[in-house]
Design a protein around this ligand. Structure first.
Ligand code: CA
Ligand code: CA
Ligand code: CA
Length: 250
């Protein structure tokens, strides 16, 4: 009897542990189908109101209250594009980089990394843009050679982007309100690799989204927040095991 009780308690603990693990996995982010053409203008038109909204709650390297600013994230899809919308409160708006494949990530910057498959694979498409719409775009290869990562930065796709800014750039003598960025990423950029999980209701892709928040008009002090939590021991935004999933829905 004593043994039996012990066994039951072990089963109970294992069950609780597995429930805890299941609860730690965030649900797939729902990406609704747009019902009408999307105007890429940085404004939230009607279709954006019906798709899921999530905030970036996982902050890194924040040092002051103004480094913990609110970000709202949304996505849509249609037959031609994936649409991405960042809506960010920001008291100190910063933009400096103007070159393609430069360092927009030292500015206020929106980033999305996409794995066009229902798996956390060792590659992703990367789009990183500051408020001048200077784009660092690449295909990232995890563990490409001798355990090192590599980026194919010569990947320079065409896509639409629009930004709105409420405030003054690189001038911290005032307090700003915030900014938006809207992207239309053509599905044809995924030709040849989209057969594993085509853009269609019920299918999933792995992805991560990041908001870089720069609040000094000079220098490269960095803080950022992510949609999905990074491993606290090895925080790396390019780690596919920390990517979550999106699910295309009608
Ligand atoms: Ca590029
Ligand atoms: Ca300002
Ligand atoms: Ca900022």
């Amino acid at each position: 009897m004593h043994f039996r009780l012990h066994f039951v308690s072990i089963v109970y603990v294992v069950l609780l542990a597995s429930l805890g693990l299941a609860a730690a996995t965030p649900p797939a982010f729902k990406v609704s189908q747009a019902s009408q053409p999307i105007q890429v203008d940085g404004k939230l038109d009607a279709d954006w109101e019906k798709t899921e909204v999530r905030t970036f709650d996982f902050y890194r390297r924040d040092e002051s209250p103004s480094d913990r600013q609110k970000s709202k994230f949304r996505m849509l899809w249609d037959a031609d594009n994936l649409y991405v919308f960042f809506e960010c409160s920001d008291r100190f708006i910063t933009a400096r980089e103007t070159e393609r494949d430069g360092q927009p990530y030292f500015d206020d910057c929106a980033e999305i990394f996409l794995i066009p498959a229902n798996a956390q694979l060792d590659m992703h498409y990367g789009f990183e843009l500051n408020l001048y719409m200077a784009s660092n775009d690449f295909i990232f290869l995890n563990n490409f050679h001798e355990g090192k990562h590599a980026l194919i930065k010569s990947y320079d796709p065409e896509f639409d982007v629009a930004v709105t800014i409420e405030g003054t750039l690189n001038d911290n003598s005032d307090e700003d309100t915030g900014w938006t960025m809207e992207l239309a990423i053509p599905l044809k950029l995924f030709n040849g690799i989209d057969s594993f999980s085509p853009v269609a209701p019920g299918n999933r892709w792995a992805f991560q989204a990041i908001r870089q928040d720069r609040n000094d008009a000079t220098g490269n002090r960095r803080s950022w927040s992510t949609l999905f939590e990074l491993d606290p021991d090895h925080p790396n935004v390019h780690e596919p095991e920390d990517f979550g999933f999106l699910e295309f829905v009608e």
